[in-house]
Design a protein around this ligand. Structure first.
Ligand code: F6R
Length: 259
């Protein structure tokens, strides 16, 4: 793969004045893919993210399901990541998040939902991770991956220094990531040290990638990820070399962008 950075003019940036408009555009893009695949009689294979960023996107998808008949019957979903260890029923788990914020409100088949949750007692995590990869491949790969970005440039839980060739695996969470999760878990001590995450290579294989960044706290990292050096120190920087990537930003997240 060519990781050159001399293609800045090809970066596909979509800017919106606020988070609401950026989220609705993102939801519309996802809904259009689902509907197109439905007309073709095919599955729509979606890679999904958790966190604050996609919440409004999911609300809009639920609204489209309720008001406009958008069906998720043909959707196969693969979430990016899940804490380890964690009980799937815990309110901080990403399994719980997805149920609350999307799945319980639409007609997706539960057998089509995939979240990389591993039981704490599991002895063969790497086998589980390889099977997660195989499952994605068995559906022909991800048609679309929705991403947020961490303040340290992570995508999924691919923290700085993750290999661009990485696949789904057990990862150690970065201090910044654990600090950002503190409010969800009450104390820093309660935040898991590890997670299962799709790898960077898993993400890069998606046919379309939407990176959504909202708010001023993402402005510094978004500028670095799009226009800085391509480096494993900023995992999201690898995306700038790929034609299937679209960055969707609100004006606060785009505040520091200088071409
Ligand atoms: C979530 C994920 C993370 C988040 C990122 C941003 O599944 O993989 O990479 O997208 O940490 O989180 P928020 O949106 O809460 O700022």
């Amino acid at each position: 793969m060519n990781y050159s950075t001399d293609n800045l003019t090809q970066v596909n940036l979509t800017l919106y004045k606020n988070a609401e408009e950026a989220s609705i555009y993102t939801a519309n893009t996802i809904a259009a893919l689902i509907s197109r695949k439905q007309k073709e009689g095919k599955h729509a294979v979606l890679g999904l993210a958790t966190g604050n960023t996609p919440k409004r996107v999911y609300q809009e998808l639920i609204r489209m399901h309720n008001d406009e008949g958008l069906s998720f019957q043909n959707v196969i979903s693969f979430n990016l990541d899940e804490y380890f260890p964690i009980n799937a029923g815990d309110s901080q788990s990403y399994t719980y998040f997805m149920e609350q914020n999307l799945f319980a409100h639409v007609d997706i088949k539960s057998s089509n939902i995939h979240i990389p949750h591993v039981d704490g007692s599991s002895t063969d995590i790497s086998k589980y991770c390889n099977e997660y990869e195989e499952k994605i491949a068995s559906y022909g790969g991800l048609d679309l991956q929705l991403l947020g970005i961490g303040r340290n440039g992570h995508i999924g839980f691919n923290e700085p220094r993750s290999s661009f060739d990485s696949i789904t695996r057990l990862v150690n969470l970065h201090p910044v990531t654990r600090e950002d999760a503190k409010s969800d878990f009450g104390t820093l001590e309660n935040v898991p040290q590890q997670a299962i995450s799709m790898g960077i290579n898993t993400i890069l294989q998606a046919k379309k990638i939407l990176l959504l960044a909202l708010g001023q706290r993402k402005s510094e990292i978004i500028n670095k990820a799009i226009y800085g050096a391509v480096s494993i120190d900023t995992p999201a920087s690898i995306l700038q070399s790929l034609p299937q990537v679209e960055y969707i930003l609100d004006s606060d997240a785009a505040a520091l962008i200088q071409k």
